[in-house]
Design a protein. Sequence first.
Length: 336
Amino acid sequence: MEFTRIRCLEAMFCLIRKGIEDILEFNETQPDFPMDDTQITNFMTKWVVFSAIWGIGGAMNLAVRTEFSNGLADFVDIEMPNSLSATPLIDYECRIDDQKWHLWKEQVPQIDIDPKKVTDADVVITTVDTTRHQEVLCRWLSEKRPFLLCGPPGSGKTMTLMATLKKLSDMEMIFINFSSSTTPELILKTFEHYCETKKTNSGLVMTPLQANKWLVIFCDEINLPEADKYQTQAVITFLRQMTEQNGFFRISDKQWVSLERIMFVGACNPPTDSGRFPLSDRFLRHAPIIFVDFPGPESLKQIYGTFNRAMLKKVPALKNYADPLTEAMVDFYTRS
């Protein structure tokens, strides 16, 4: 997808606004010990760097994003983690409670899976990569911003989004699978099943059937629809209109219908893959992008380490080979 400054700045400032909201929420929940000016400055300077890494570097693959975060660490004049020489800045987060850098892997729980379920496709192992992706997506979702997850097949885009929405009790997700022939009618039929339209003093308003919940419409394979003779993807233009204007004209009676508590997210393979089409920059300016790459070395150790612990329950004699086996698996995966 073509790089545009406006998309990166929109994504970055969206995260910065969320950081300001976190400060306000922190002071409201702890009125006896609110953050003073020094604490706010310490947190926000680090949070701006974090926002730049994921706002500007979110669309980069893991290797380039890591290089970008290291370059940013050398560029800015703020307090950095002591172990930055050994661990890249992308592996750190800034917490509001102490305004300091902490490793993402501190949030990753060590889980044990049943040896009988090792080969199950629905087994999800939390890693550093999935944890930081979920945290960034949670902040974009709380801002009610559409976003895109882009990455190769099997990288875990859908799993990451589903795990993120489980953390947010006020949101319900439905799936729409796009194809080369998808049109706006598919979106309208989805509205008919999951939404209701009411006449109010301000006109027609469409809301989800479930009260007090946001409806998140997940558009899978969003870059498959073909462009028409005017080089326009009609369904993508329709999504852009609803994002910009927060509504659409209903063809049946020529009336404007406003949307409430409805948002869109999408997932796709890179547009360089066969059968994919580049999305319009006019749509992408509203949608931050996270490139979900294959797991990094730290995540691979967590995945294969969990697998090996499960195998040890099955074959205790492998105990002396657990760590070498993990290292061998990670080395093989990274080389291939």
